[in-house]
Design a protein around this ligand. Structure first.
Ligand code: 0GY
Length: 289
């Protein structure tokens, strides 16, 4: 692997859009610091440190109140950096872990005590070596009460994911809507297939995230807005939003986080929708207790 990479904006702009008080950035990560929390030997990228203090400074700068920290693949199944960030948040962060499917029940309970409320199954071949569906299902069947599963996959494998997703016994959150091709528009095949997935179960949620990953047209991400806004409007109780900071692997097209926030009213055009997406929905999933 080559040197460490920086994938986040050095000085994101102040957004014009002001999120309602109590808003949750429901998809972000921490990297390191490496000296304290070394990266996994299996990591597919080696980022510069982007720890809790930087994340909380960004949260405040953007006008958010809370974070959901998703364990990034570069830390493998060692969730220490994520747990440390949650512990430093004074109750304002919760997390999603990545675990060895053979994890003992006591360790799951320990993660719960540390603020974890879900586990993530990553199916991106460029990020992980394997994604054993049978083992994933086994651990999904013995999660602590109130937890959910987060799944990251790309649109080209959605069809082969249907049976697996149907067998998951807890709510399911799909990262970045399963990465549809947003240039197809809201009625294109990718969005239609994704809607079919949502229509099959009332407890599948999605993150309306990562225009920078999904829209090759770039900022201000008009294709993303055009494709995603109808989805947010049609499934208002199942949508989450997040910055994706520090934007793993986006070193070539680093988004300005202020601009990401300014996109919120374009995909959730009413105050009621914004409240659901930024507060009510993530609070239900991550701070139910
Ligand atoms: C994301 C997307 C990516 C990376 C990871 O765990 C990760 O390393 O999730 C990606 O490279 O597409 O959600 O942060």
């Amino acid at each position: 692997m080559t040197g460490r990479i920086t994938s986040w904006h050095p000085s994101p702009g102040k957004p014009r859009y002001v999120p309602p008080p109590g808003s949750v950035d429901a998809h972000c990560h921490v990297f390191g610091p490496m000296e304290q929390f070394p990266f996994s030997a299996k990591a597919k990228y080696l980022p510069e440190d982007a720890g809790a203090q930087k994340l909380f400074a960004l949260r405040d700068h953007l006008g958010f109140a809370r974070n959901v920290i998703v364990q990034a693949s570069c830390h493998g199944t060692d969730n220490s950096a994520t747990l440390d960030a949650i512990a430093r948040s004074q109750g304002m962060a919760r997390g999603v872990a990545v675990v060895d499917p053979a994890i003992p029940a006591d360790d799951l309970a320990g993660l719960h005590a540390g603020g974890i409320r879900g586990i993530r199954f990553n199916f991106l071949k460029r990020l992980v070596d394997d994604a054993p569906k049978d083992k994933f299902l086994e651990v999904a069947n013995r999660l602590p009460a109130g937890w959910h599963v987060v799944i990251y996959f790309e649109a080209d494998i959605l069809e082969e994911m249907r049976e697996f997703i149907a067998a998951i016994p807890v709510p399911v959150v799909i990262d970045h809507m399963g990465r549809p091709d947003v240039s197809q528009g809201p009625d294109g095949p990718d969005m239609r297939a994704f809607r079919k997935l949502l229509d099959g179960r009332g407890d599948i949620w999605f993150k309306a995230t990562c225009p920078d990953r999904l829209d090759s047209g770039g900022d201000p991400w008009d294709d993303f807005v055009q494709s995603v806004r109808p989805l947010v409007e049609d499934y208002p109780d199942r949508v989450l939003w997040g910055t994706d900071w520090p934007h793993p692997n986006m070193q070539d097209t680093i988004p300005d986080d202020g601009h990401l926030v300014d996109m919120i009213p374009r995909i959730a055009p009413t105050e009621a929708l914004q409240r659901k997406m930024l507060i009510d929905n993530p609070m239900r999933l991550y701070w139910a207790d």
